[in-house]
Write a protein that binds this ligand. Structure first.
Ligand SMILES: [Zn+2]
Length: 218
């Protein structure tokens, strides 16, 4: 898990550098087999080191590390138990959190939201660190790669830490887009038919993958 702990530190630094986390708010975890590495509670993410990443088993018992895991450990473990190996990123990113104070869901105002599973639900408010919040988030993630938590923040998951990070940044971008669009008028949303058309084009063009000019990709 040493390499994973290093990857988590790098992710924390990037989240702080790009303004998605402030101070100790936010946490990152990665599951590999029966172990989960996650940030410790009270850690300033911008200054995190590998010693600030604790390794626990799937029941939350500490395996490696001298610091108590994040107060959202239950949320991370609930998602990891449901989905197997992968990564979870939780932030109080400004645009994501702002929209989670206002909306019941972030509608599909841009086709890039389809990679998060379409409209992003805002989970009903439960206090941080509670089993109710953990259950609600992991349940919603059956159909979504990212969710918003009412008056709290955002959670993204991915098969890899890089993927969970990409989704965290994409969700923040989309929330910022919605907020900007809302200052100009009522944002239009893509219909089911339009969404389906985008999916078909993306499958045909292998959208989102690098495509060598002389390669096999069309
Ligand atoms: Zn939080």
């Amino acid at each position: 898990m040493d390499e994973i702990r290093g990857d988590i530190v790098a992710a924390c630094h990037r989240l702080a550098r790009e303004g998605l986390v402030v101070g100790t708010a936010g946490n990152v975890s990665v599951r590999r087999d029966d172990l989960v590495a996650l940030t410790a509670t009270g850690v300033v993410l911008a200054e995190a080191t590998v010693d600030d990443v604790t390794v626990v088993d799937l029941a939350g018992e500490i395996v490696t590390g001298g610091l108590r895991p994040t107060s959202e450990a239950g949320l991370h473990l609930s998602v990891h138990r449901k989905f197997g190996d992968g990564a979870v990123v939780h932030t109080h990113a400004p645009a994501s959190t702002a929209l989670a104070c206002v909306l019941d869901e972030l509608p599909v105002i841009h086709y890039q939201l389809l990679s998060l599973g379409g409209a992003v639900p805002v989970i009903e408010f439960h206090p941080f660190g509670t089993p109710e919040l953990a259950d609600a988030v992991s349940e919603a993630m059956v159909h979504k790669n990212a969710v918003l938590m009412a008056n709290h923040g955002a959670v993204s998951r991915g098969a890899t830490l890089a993927e969970a990070m990409d989704r965290t940044f994409l969700l923040e971008w989309a929330c910022d887009l919605y907020a900007r669009a809302s200052t100009l008028g009522t944002p239009k949303t893509l219909t089911q038919q339009q969404q389906q058309a985008v999916i078909e084009v993306a499958l045909t063009l292998q959208y989102g993958k690098p495509q060598p000019v002389n390669g096999d990709s069309q």
